[in-house]
Design a protein around this ligand. Structure first.
Ligand code: HEC
Ligand code: HEC
Ligand code: HEC
Length: 124
């Protein structure tokens, strides 16, 4: 192989590797969806906005477990509240003390500590 072609191939391989790694990290970081449409009632109740760790769930369940039987596949499109969760809808389909821990530990879900809960997230 001539040297020039070798260098071009090497650079291409490095570029591909770099892009794989960077999207990998990006997914892990951007995998969180902040749910804050009920900000007024959450403030009143003294809980923070909700962070839904999408990636954490995506590696444990097939997409079709949640989409679209439990959640419409669009950020902000689901009208979720605690009454529904406690009666086994939305997060409560699993966070019921059987599939996963019960919705008693408020701060596990209401955990957003950043300053821009409504900033667009680059999630898909
Ligand atoms: C444990 C349940 C769960 C699983 C499993 C899951 N999702 Fe989601 N997904 C959600 C929730 C909750 C939201 C946020 C909905 C909202 O904001 O009302 C969401 C939102 C989305 C969105 C919309 C994001 C946006 O910015 O509008 C897409 C796209 C999506 N999911 C794709 C997937 C894909 C692809 C998979 C499988 C690899 C998957 N989801 C698995 C619960 C899940
Ligand atoms: C399809 C089932 C399912 C649904 C629906 C679901 N979860 Fe989960 N969730 C799980 C399981 C299983 C775990 C892991 C429990 C464990 O480790 O004991 C988990 C763990 C979590 C964790 C902890 C993550 C960590 O890093 O330990 C959070 C936070 C969470 N869920 C929030 C939510 C929220 C908010 C919703 C609704 C928007 C939701 N979940 C809906 C199954 C689900
Ligand atoms: C399994 C995750 C989870 C747990 C645990 C949880 N919540 Fe929530 N909560 C949510 C989600 C998701 C929403 C909807 C947020 C939105 O769309 O703005 C919500 C909404 C709310 C709201 C506003 C809507 C309403 O129902 O009035 C209040 C207040 C609230 N939660 C209080 C609590 C308290 C108090 C606890 C502990 C006893 C708790 N939550 C535990 C996920 C959870």
């Amino acid at each position: 192989m001539n040297k020039k072609i070798f260098v071009i191939l090497l650079v291409t391989c490095l570029a591909i590797t770099a892009s794989i790694f960077s999207t990998g990290t990006a997914n892990a970081e951007w995998g969180d969806i902040v749910l804050n449409s009920k900000s007024t009632s959450m403030k009143k109740a003294g809980v923070k906005p909700v962070v839904f760790p999408h990636w954490f769930h995506r590696i444990r369940f097939k997409c079709k477990v949640c989409h679209e039987d439990i959640f419409i596949i669009k950020k902000g499109a689901n009208d979720i509240n605690m009454t529904k969760i406690m009666s086994g809808e939305f997060c409560g389909k699993c966070h019921n003390g059987l599939v996963a821990w019960a919705p008693l530990y408020c701060e596990r879900c209401h955990s957003y500590t950043g300053s821009k809960p409504n900033a667009p997230t680059n999630e898909n």
